[in-house]
Write a protein of this length. Structure first.
Length: 263
């Protein structure tokens, strides 16, 4: 049975005999050192994340601005490069070019819509815009017989009308051919790849024959692999068989930049 004095000593020092004789400030100091260690570990982790963010920002700006000398570690030199490249004038110029491109796209679409209305081609010619640029879509039901790349007389008439519109705008044009998913296997067209490319080439040749500058033309065939609607009905397959004449957005942007630089 412990004496009352021993019980009192235990309550003053519950961890036992080994802790007796240790000054109270030692425990507080040990806690502070532990907290400092945790704090510096957090600082190190945050610094690593910030360097990774800087690397991502640097790569993004290098691609956007063509700056190859941005410092790897984000030193004052790197910040100076950014301040000379990304200034208020540069940001304003980028915004202005974007606005000019959008206005020009809207003008092209408006002109095509008016052209379609005047020539009563609403069921044969459509216009839209996407990341490629302003897209004039012509149904291949108008241009070509089934399984053929020989243009019909009506198709030539329609394309001539479209050409009268195309020559109003001095931009690069890409002619894209698209088919439905109906298989084809002939000596001339082993697959829809050849058929779609041949139809696009036929349209391009006619445009060139009518005076369109060949250096502003490109041709691409996509077969059945870029449908605008599922190939689940006769009507949908007819919509997917089409020629798309694309005023390329990049060409429009280059023209707007030249106009802006003349100011």
């Amino acid at each position: 049975m412990p004496e009352p004095d021993e019980i009192h000593d235990y309550l003053d020092d519950p961890v036992g005999e080994e802790s007796r004789g240790i000054a109270p400030w030692v425990i507080t100091f040990a806690d502070m050192v532990t907290l400092l260690m945790v704090f510096f570990i957090l600082l190190f982790a945050i610094g690593t994340v910030e360097q990774e963010k800087w690397r991502q920002i640097k790569e993004s700006l290098r691609q956007a601005l063509g700056a190859d000398s941005i410092d790897e570690l984000g030193t004052r030199q790197g910040l100076d490069v950014l301040s000379t490249k990304v200034d208020e004038q540069t940001v304003h110029a980028v915004d202005e070019v974007g606005a000019m491109v959008n206005r020009e796209m809207e003008d092209i679409i408006s002109e095509v819509e008016e052209f379609v209305f005047k020539n009563k081609l609403s069921g044969e010619v459509r216009v839209s815009s996407d990341e490629r640029g302003a897209v004039i879509t012509i149904s291949d039901v108008v241009l070509f017989p089934p399984g053929s790349a020989d243009m019909t007389a009506k198709g030539r008439t329609t394309l001539q009308q479209v050409f009268d519109l195309l020559k109003q705008f001095n931009y690069n044009v890409k002619v894209e051919g698209h088919t439905d998913n109906t298989p084809i296997h002939t000596l001339r067209f082993p697959s829809n790849w050849e058929l779609s490319a041949s139809r696009a080439s036929e349209v391009a040749h006619m445009l060139i024959d009518d005076g369109f500058p060949p250096e502003r033309l490109s041709v691409e065939g996509f077969a059945e692999f870029r449908p605008i609607v599922p190939n689940t009905s006769v009507e949908n397959r007819a919509r997917n068989r089409r020629i798309e004449v694309v005023y390329q957005r990049g060409s429009i942007r280059k023209r707007m930049v030249k106009i802006l630089n003349r100011k």
